[in-house]
Design a protein around this ligand. Sequence first.
Ligand SMILES: [Zn+2]
Length: 190
Amino acid sequence: MSVLPRWTVKLRGRQKLLKTAAGKTAFWRARWLKAPADSEERSRAFHMLKAAKGLLVKRRAQVAEAERVVARHSASTEFGGSRAVTDEVIRIVDNRAPVTSRKRAANHALSIGNPSSDHSGLNKLADAVDFGIAEAHALKNEISRKLGGPAQLEDFGTFTTRRNGHSFRVQIIAGTHGTGPHLHVGVKRQ
Ligand SMILES: [Zn+2]
């Protein structure tokens, strides 16, 4: 079975497990709240709740991972597949910062000023995304790690990631540059 159907099944299974874990957490929270103070019952409910919460965190991470795999494999083929990678970056950032720029027309002032930019419409195999967030070095490292790059990526650093049989060069810039404070992620098919 290829990746997409296998992970789609896996995602459904993981979603069910997450639901169960959420139910158990709610159950033990209710028991804990109801139990009389200093009772054996309350102490037991406390430990069960703690374990349930731990499992819930793990289940959430498993669902998130499966969602990313499914999304990656049902991905856009625009810009040589680079759009699929920037789409993935947007899902990783997950509303922690707004998207402030993406692909720009070749005749856009910023494209003319910097024709080699991954944002520029001239570069048909590249895509880029900017987020309105200053000095987001931790987020830079998180994106790198989740795309299969180094856990600590130097600013302006690049790495290669493989998607759907192709290699993509990813560059991430968190420090202030170009058009003011933002987090830049540029992707180009090799
Ligand atoms: Zn940018």
